[in-house]
Design a protein around this ligand. Structure first.
Ligand code: HEC
Ligand code: HEC
Length: 345
């Protein structure tokens, strides 16, 4: 290409002007990006700082230990598989002796960000939650006493509890405290969307950004917001149209006994939602497209076009964060006096 003949002096001035404007654009751009991050209804996940590694390690062992179940076969990880987004990818879970579970298993990833635990919020925090499944006849079907008997019979476990908790007698509070400490480390920071929130414009594509704008402007963010993009309120499933399901769960009403709370569920997190199919408390929506379409119609009286749905789904997939890097724990062996598993009775 032929260089236009501009007098030297002028061309230098233009170049300077261009340089200045590049700097101005960069500064304004960065300021916008920072302001934009602050004003958004979704905040980036704050990575965890591990303060008590020995407790986390003990909790991890317990999370993976199937001997906390009657069958000796089911661990927390059976239904909250950390190789698959912290869920089991089944409509409803499989419990002791292949019993059909009543409700979809939510992910344990980022569960420390939930304002309460369970779909109906019946546990106030992770520690209170962790005692539930061990003694639930449809899940691990054990008793807290038997679980403690198993752990007490294994010298390596006794030594680890002593290291973390001193000479306290082993009780279920210590078991659930250690499991909760491990669960608190299961955060998934640095998703592409979080990188975008922090100002990295190229972290998401134009299509994904379009999906986010739709998500925001259609009103999805009124229920799915904050660090977890959910997990911070109860909301009715079926605001504009009733939700049809054969699942008998009533949601929050089961705890509050208030009719007004019928079909109110804790809003699930949308972090890592690409990994946690199928969707809804009954696991009835097999794909994200289906879930988004239902949410639009039932929660917002909005019928999205297939293109709009595709953009929202593309956005939702940018919420997949860095999965916890775990080394599989090696569990201490049972001893001659360890209670035997009962898988078939
Ligand atoms: C048989 C399958 C199964 C097993 C085993 C199991 N869970 Fe769950 N978990 C579920 C289901 C189903 C729910 C939802 C129950 C509800 O909301 O009523 C759930 C809920 C949770 C929640 C609440 C998440 C949220 O978003 O509300 C946490 C945390 C959790 N489980 C951790 C654990 C831990 C820790 C263990 C081991 C001690 C465990 N689970 C064992 C199936 C299981
Ligand atoms: C009025 C509050 C509200 C609004 C608005 C809302 N949601 Fe939801 N969302 C919920 C509740 C409650 C659930 C759980 C419902 C259930 O399981 O029965 C849910 C579940 C979901 C799920 C399934 C998550 C899972 O793990 O099962 C997806 C995906 C979702 N919403 C996306 C959206 C999108 C996209 C929009 C906007 C089009 C939206 N939501 C608008 C309250 C809302």
């Amino acid at each position: 290409m032929k260089t236009p003949s501009v007098p030297k002096q002028t061309s230098q001035t233009i170049r300077n002007l261009i340089n200045i404007s590049v700097v101005v654009v960069a500064v304004v751009g960065a300021a916008c990006a920072a302001a934009q991050g602050k004003d958004e209804p979704i905040q980036p996940i704050v990575p965890v700082k591990i303060t008590n590694p020995a407790k986390v390690e003990l909790g991890k062992k317990l999370f993976f230990d199937p001997r906390l179940s009657k069958s000796g076969f089911i661990s927390c990880n059976s239904c909250h598989n950390l190789s698959m987004g912290g869920s089991d990818n089944l409509p409803t879970s499989i419990g002791d002796r292949w019993q059909q579970g009543p409700i979809n298993s939510p992910t344990v990833l980022n569960s420390s960000l939930n304002f309460v635990q369970f779909w109906d919020g019946r546990a106030k925090d992770l520690q209170e939650q962790a005692g539930g499944p061990i003694a639930n006849p449809k899940e691990m079907a054990f008793s807290h006493d038997l679980a403690l008997e198993v752990l007490n019979s294994i010298p390596q476990y006794r030594a680890e509890f002593e290291k973390v908790y001193g000479n306290k007698e082993l009780d279920i509070q210590l078991v659930t405290d250690a499991i909760a400490e491990f669960e608190k480390t299961l955060k998934t920071p640095n998703s592409r969307f979080d990188q975008w929130l922090k100002g990295s414009k190229k972290a998401i594509t134009a299509e994904e950004l379009k999906g986010y704008e739709l998500f925001k402007n259609s009103g999805c963010v009124s229920c799915h917001n904050g660090e977890a993009v959910g997990g911070n309120s109860y909301q009715k499933m079926g605001v504009f149209e009733p939700y049809k399901t054969n699942n008998p769960a009533l949601g929050r009403a089961e705890v509050s006994k208030q009719d007004a709370d019928r079909f109110n569920f804790k809003v699930p997190t949308l972090r890592n939602v690409e990994l946690t199919y199928p969707y809804f408390h009954d696991g009835a929506a097999k794909t994200l497209e289906e879930a988004v379409d239902i949410m639009g119609r039932l929660q917002l009286a909005k019928k999205f076009t297939p293109e709009e749905t595709a953009s929202i789904v593309a956005f939702l997939k940018t919420l997949t964060g860095e999965q916890p890097k775990l080394q599989l724990p090696i569990l201490p062996p049972s001893q001659n006096n360890t209670p035997q598993p009962k898988p078939f009775d």
